[in-house]
Design a protein around this ligand. Structure first.
Ligand code: FDA
Length: 583
C-alpha cells in the first residue's frame, strides 16, 4: 500500500476525544489528519455535562467563551425533580451539579470554570472548528478500515465513503478516538474487561415548549417513576433538557434481550406525552435512536504507536456525566506528550506515562458510573415493588406513601433515603477533580501521600504534591484577577516560584536552553509577576517563598521543592531528565 497522505498524527474519530486531540495538536503546531466515517459531527445531543475539568481544557484551548455562550449555565441545571410525570405529582427533589449552596462554594473554590450543560452536537463543532482553523485536516465520510505499524510509523487503509475509493495514510502515530465500537482498540488487541449492552435506552429528541412545567424548578433532568419506563425495568424515565425549555430528549428503556425496537414517529410522540403527562402539548419529533449502557474499560490503552482515547477504552452509563469529560481529558493528557516526542524534546518513553496515568482513571470512572446506575432501582425497592411492576401496583405503592400510619412512615423514610442517595449519581466533585497520577512523568518530592480529610469521591482535595492537579487560586495582575491555571498550560511546562525564587528562574532558563525545551517561569507574591492579593496562594501552594512548583502542560504538578536548594539547576535538570527520558 503506497500512502497518498502523510502526517504526524492520524486521529480516527472527531467526537469529544478525537476533536480535542486535533485541536490540541494543531494548537501545539503538530500536523494531523482527523477522520470521521459519518458526513458530519454528531447529529444527536448525546453527552451534555461538561464538568470543571472539561471546561478547563477548553479554556486552555481559548474556547471557554464560546462554550459559555452556547451552554446552559449551572444555575439552570440543578433542580432534579422526581415525579410521576412532568405534569404529575412530585415525589422529591435533588439539588444536583453543585447547585446546593454547600456544594456551590466547593465548586466555585475549585476552579475558575463552571460546570455547564453543553450537548455534544454543540460541543463537537466548537472543537472541530478550532482544530480545522488551526491546521487539522478534517476528513468526513472517511472510514478507517485497517492499519499496520512498524518501527517508524503506522500505515492506515481508509475508505472514502462517498466514492468508495480506498487509499493509504502514513503517520508517525495513530490515535484511536473511534468510540464505543472502536475498530482501532479491537485491531490493536487492547484487552477490555466488563460487559457491553447491559441496558437499552431509547432517546426521543423532540421540540416542545415545556416552559410552564419547569421554569419555576429549572433543571437539566426530570426523573419519572412510571410503569414500563427505564432499562432493566427499573421504572425511571427521564426528560432531559437540550435547550431551555423548548428542546428535549425523552429517555425510555427497552429490553436489550428482546432485540432492537423499531419505532415510529407516533411511538416517539407517545413516549414524549407519557413523560410530560399531558398529551395536549404540541410535540415535534426530531429523531429517535437507541443506545445501550456498557460497563467496560480497557486494561491497556496503547500498543506501540497506536494509542486509544475516550470511549474506545472506557464505556459506561451516563450517570455522573463522565463520558465526554474523561474523553477530553485523555486527549489533554496525551497530546502535549506526543508533541514533545514528535519535536524531539522527549524520548518516546514519555508516552508510556499516558498508559500509567489514564488506565486507573478509566477503571475508576467506569466503576463509579456503575455504582451510580445501581442507585436508581433502589427507589423501586423502597416502594417494595418488583422491577417490572404494573401500573396498578405502582399506583398503590405511591398511595401508600401518603398514609398517615407507622408503616407509611417507614415507607416514606426508606423512599426518601433511596431518592436522596441518588445524589451520588450527579454530585461526585472529587471523582472529577481529584484524578491524580503516579508515573515516570511525575517526580516524587519525598513527602508521603496525605490522607484526604474528607471523602475523596465527593469532595475536592487541593494539594500540590507531585501528581496532583495544580490548585486554582485567584491572583491579581494590573488589578485584574487571573487564575493560576491561566499562568500554565498551552503546551508548556511552567515554573512557579516566590519573591526570593530568582535562583529557580535562572536555573529554569539554563535548563530550557540546554534541553531545547521552553519553560515559562512566573513569580507569585508581593511585588512579583502576579500578586497573591487574597493570600490564598501562600497556603495552597504548600511551598515557601523560595520554593518552587513545576507544572506540566496539562496542569498537573510534575515536581515541587518546599524551599531553596543548593543547586537548583542540577535539581531541575534531574527532574526534566526523568520526565523527558533524557540524560
Ligand atoms: P464518540 O463516540 O463520541 O466519537 C467516535 C468518533 O469516531 C465519531 O466521530 C465516529 O464517527 C468516529 N468513528 C468510529 N469508527 C470510525 C472508523 N472506523 N473510521 C472513522 N471514524 C470512525 N454520555 C454521557 O455522559 N451522557 C449522555 O447522556 C450520553 N448519551 C449518549 C447517547 C448516545 C446515543 C450515545 C451513543 C452515547 C451517549 N453518551 C453519553 C456517551 C458519550 O457520547 C461518549 O462518552 C462520548 O461521545 C465519547 O467520546 P469519544 O470521542 O470517545 O467517542
Amino acid at each position: 500500500l503506497t500512502p497518498v497522505v502523510e502526517t504526524d498524527v492520524l486521529i480516527v474519530g472527531s467526537g469529544p476525544a478525537g476533536a480535542t486531540a486535533a485541536a490540541l495538536l494543531s494548537t501545539y503546531g503538530i500536523p494531523n489528519v482527523v477522520l470521521n466515517k459519518y458526513p458530519g459531527v454528531s447529529n444527536t445531543p448525546r453527552a451534555h455535562i461538561t464538568n470543571q475539568r472539561g471546561v478547563e481544557v477548553l479554556r486552555d484551548l481559548g474556547l471557554e467563551g464560546e462554550v459559555v455562550k452556547n451552554a446552559t449555565p449551572q444555575h439552570l441545571m440543578g433542580e432534579h425533580v422526581y415525579a410521576t410525570s412532568l405534569a404529575g405529582r412530585e415525589l422529591g427533589r435533588l439539588r444536583t451539579w453543585y447547585t446546593h449552596p454547600h456544594f456551590k462554594a466547593e465548586h466555585d473554590l475549585a476552579s475558575p470554570c463552571s460546570v455547564c450543560d453543553l450537548p455534544q452536537h454543540v460541543l463537537e463543532p466548537i472543537l472541530v472548528n478550532a482544530a480545522a482553523s488551526r491546521g487539522s485536516s478534517v476528513r468526513f465520510n472517511t472510514e478507517l478500515l485497517t492499519f499496520t505499524q512498524d518501527d517508524d510509523g503506522v500505515t492506515a487503509l481508509v475508505r472514502d465513503r462517498l466514492t468508495g475509493q480506498e487509499y493509504g495514510i502514513r503517520s508517525k502515530y495513530l490515535i484511536g478516538a473511534d468510540g464505543g465500537n472502536s475498530t482501532v482498540a479491537a485491531q490493536a488487541g487492547l484487552p477490555l474487561v466488563g460487559k457491553m449492552g447491559l441496558g437499552g435506552s431509547i432517546n426521543v429528541v423532540f421540540e416542545a415548549d415545556l416552559t410552564r412545567f419547569v421554569e419555576h424548578r429549572p433543571g437539566d433532568m426530570y426523573w419519572f417513576v412510571q410503569p414500563g419506563v427505564g432499562h432493566d425495568g427499573n421504572g425511571i424515565g427521564v426528560l432531559r433538557m437540550v435547550r431551555p425549555w423548548t428542546k428535549w430528549i425523552g429517555v425510555w428503556g427497552y429490553d436489550v434481550n428482546a432485540g432492537h425496537p423499531s419505532l415510529t414517529e407516533e411511538d416517539g410522540v407517545r413516549i414524549a406525552h407519557q413523560l410530560i403527562g399531558d398529551d395536549q402539548v404540541p410535540v415535534k419529533i426530531e429523531s429517535i435512536s437507541t443506545w445501550a449502557v456498557n460497563d467496560v474499560y480497557a486494561t491497556d490503552n496503547m500498543a506501540g504507536r497506536v494509542i486509544c482515547v475516550g470511549d474506545a477504552v472506557h464505556r459506561h452509563s451516563p450517570m455522573n456525566g463522565l463520558g465526554s469529560n474523561t474523553s477530553i481529558q485523555d486527549s489533554y493528557n496525551l497530546c502535549w506528550k506526543l508533541a514533545m516526542v514528535l519535536r524531539g524534546e522527549a524520548a518516546p518513553t514519555l508516552l508510556d506515562s499516558y498508559r500509567d496515568e489514564r488506565l486507573p482513571v478509566a477503571k475508576q470512572i467506569v466503576q463509579r458510573a456503575k455504582r451510580s446506575d445501581g442507585l436508581m432501582p433502589q427507589i423501586f425497592m423502597a416502594l417494595r415493588l418488583p422491577p417490572a411492576s404494573g401500573a396498578q401496583e405502582l399506583h398503590d405503592a405511591l398511595d401508600a406513601l401518603l398514609q398517615p400510619t407507622a408503616e407509611g412512615g417507614r415507607l416514606r423514610q426508606e423512599f426518601d433515603t433511596a431518592l436522596q442517595n441518588t445524589i451520588m449519581g450527579f454530585n461526585t466533585h472529587g471523582v472529577e477533580t481529584n484524578q491524580h497520577y503516579t508515573s515516570a512523568a511525575i517526580v516524587p518530592d519525598g513527602t508521603p501521600e496525605q490522607p484526604a480529610p474528607r471523602d475523596e469521591e465527593i469532595y475536592y482535595f487541593a494539594s500540590t504534591r507531585p501528581g496532583r492537579h495544580l490548585p486554582h487560586v485567584w491572583l491579581t495582575r494590573d488589578q485584574r484577577r487571573v487564575s493560576t491555571f491561566d499562568l500554565c498550560g498551552r503546551g508548556r511546562f511552567t515554573l512557579l516560584t516566590g519573591i526570593n525564587g530568582a535562583a529557580w528562574r535562572e536555573a529554569a532558563e539554563r535548563v530550557a536552553k540546554r534541553l531545547g525545551v521552553p519553560i515559562r517561569a512566573w513569580s507569585i507574591g508581593r511585588g512579583c509577576d502576579y500578586e497573591d492579593g487574597y493570600g490564598d496562594y501562600r497556603t495552597l501552594s504548600e511551598v515557601a517563598e523560595d520554593g518552587v512548583l513545576l507544572v506540566r502542560p496539562d496542569h498537573m504538578v510534575a515536581w515541587r521543592s518546599a524551599s531553596a536548594v543548593d543547586d537548583p539547576e542540577a535539581a531541575l535538570g534531574a527532574v526534566f531528565g526523568q520526565i523527558l527520558g533524557r540524560t
